[in-house]
Design a protein. Structure first.
Length: 120
């Protein structure tokens, strides 16, 4: 005869907030700012896809021109060592900008040259 297992007692309990299990996460305000910039760039036709990843060393918001390519930019929120609480913009392995506030990072990305389409 088969043993009866109570699934409630075995089920892994997920924490209510993502950061409660040791991962670094963007808060609601930060996500609103990141997605605001992303939506403006999508409307201009520059960006088409994004990815968000949370881990113990940091959270990353990556932006893609096409989902099959490498990310154009990655905005990191770092949480380890002396870099704790800092934001970094990277393109591949190159670090483009470091700042203590997300607003500085987003203004850096807003000032970057944009792709210009011409019909002719």
């Amino acid at each position: 005869m088969a043993d009866l297992i109570d699934l409630e007692s075995v089920r892994r309990v997920r924490p209510r907030f993502p950061a409660a299990d040791g991962r670094v996460a963007f808060d609601e305000r930060e996500l609103r700012q990141l997605l605001g910039l992303y939506s403006r760039r999508v409307m201009s036709g520059e960006w088409r896809d994004y990815a968000i990843d949370f881990g113990p060393k940091g959270a990353v918001f990556s932006v893609f021109r096409r989902s099959s390519e490498q990310p154009l930019f990655a905005v990191w929120k770092l949480a380890c060592g002396r870099e704790r609480g800092r934001y970094v913009v990277a393109a591949g392995a190159a670090v483009l900008c470091r700042a203590h506030s997300l607003g500085d990072i987003l203004s850096f990305l807003d000032d970057k040259p944009r792709l210009v389409w011409s019909q002719g």
